[in-house]
Design a protein around this ligand. Structure first.
Ligand code: V47
Length: 344
């Protein structure tokens, strides 16, 4: 089958809803059957002090959130000790762009975790953080990426992709990593034989064309490197931020976007329904619209919950598994780079 073009993808938004679902489901079944992946993970957000001023962000302490915090390494290690004792396998570490800590503070987090808990998978530093660290400490991307590898980062999360269209990007997060830089950083990471994810923030001021353009730019890089494991459409959360979007995107539009991304991104193996931003119920429905991954149990989440998502305390593993089963899919625990660990 030939590849879906920009225009064809755009037209898919006008398809009959369930015909679109069926097309995406066919692709999902070819790739994954009825399996839905998840992992047992914990998010840690070590600081919310941020030099940047993204309009959509409610987490950053420099804007609407006056409660600044920066964790000490000992505090972080206390969390890691606790999660390791409970069998959690991945720590997903995302910080704000804190100009007060020094580069070593960031690197020491990974080094200490990897030294004391070498079996834990460290997923850390978005391309936005990599760009911030490179600019702040006068380093090249290559130097920062090498330091990440040396200090124990295993894979990169997909944060900071927002919307690649330059006009929209400039409006919602001017000054942060540009689209070109974001893609360059991931390309360099993939060239080191490492894997990463890629996100898209939607449901704010962008339109359908911007979303398709975003998907196309991902598809192009993936053709070159093959390094993306997963595409994660993040539904914009409306509270406590400066974008001031009063109207929530509809469930219909979210599911259409998920389905179209499953079809356009024919070279990205996994599509994540990130329950944090879509709600658990819609994430379960998204399984019928091409999604084959539900992220994980998460435990603590600060970035999206600051903007209104009901995710501050994660989900209970047994409930999560049962929900996937009840919706007619097979819950499969995976590791951070999509090796299957256990069929639940
Ligand atoms: O890049 C910030 C987003 C992202 C809001 O790689 C918001 O597996 C919605 O990237 N509404 C960080 N989203 C989280 C992230 C992520 C999450 C889970 C899994 C992975 C992965 C990556 O959160 C940011 C930004 O796009 N974000 N504010 C908001 N108001």
């Amino acid at each position: 089958m030939s590849r879906i073009s920009f225009d064809e993808a755009l037209k898919m938004y006008d398809m009959e809803f369930f015909d679109l679902a069926q097309l995406a489901d066919k692709k999902r079944k070819e790739l994954h059957g009825k399996k839905t992946y998840f992992n047992i993970n914990r998010h840690i957000n070590p600081t919310n002090v941020c030099k940047d001023v993204c309009k959509f962000c409610a987490y950053s302490a420099s804007r609407k959130n006056p409660n600044q915090y920066t964790m000490s390494h000992d505090e972080i290690m206390e969390i890691v000790k606790d999660i390791d004792s409970r069998g959690i396998k991945e720590v997903h570490i995302v910080s704000a762009h804190n100009p007060n800590t020094g580069l070593e503070w960031y690197l020491e987090i990974f080094k200490r975790i990897k030294t004391e808990y070498p079996h834990l998978h460290v997923k850390a530093l978005t391309a936005a953080e990599v760009n911030f660290l490179a600019e702040e400490y006068n380093k090249s991307y290559d130097e920062i990426l090498d330091l990440m590898v040396e200090n124990g980062v295993d894979s990169m999360p997909g944060g900071g992709a927002e919307i690649f269209d330059e006009k929209v990007r400039d409006f919602i997060c001017k000054g942060k990593v540009t689209s070109e830089q974001w893609l360059e950083i991931h390309k360099k990471w993939h060239q080191r034989g490492k894997k990463s994810n890629v996100t898209m923030l939607f449901g704010h001021i962008e339109n359908r064309e911007h979303r398709i353009d975003h998907m196309m730019r991902i598809r192009d890089l993936q053709d070159e490197t093959g390094g993306f494991n997963c595409f994660i459409p993040l539904v914009y959360q409306t509270q406590n931020n400066f974008l001031n979007i009063k109207k929530d995107i509809t469930a219909n539009e979210i599911l259409r976007t998920m389905a179209i991304s499953r079809l356009v991104l024919d070279n990205v193996p996994n599509l994540k329904a990130y329950w944090v931003t879509s709600t658990v119920n819609l994430a379960l429905v998204a399984q019928e619209f091409g999604a084959n991954d539900m992220d994980g149990t998460i435990e603590k989440e600060s970035i999206n919950s600051a903007a209104g998502a009901k995710s501050a305390n994660g989900v209970v593993l047994e409930d999560f598994v049962q929900l996937i089963k009840n919706s007619g899919f097979i819950p499969v625990e995976r590791d951070s780079v999509y090796h299957e660990l256990k069929v639940w």
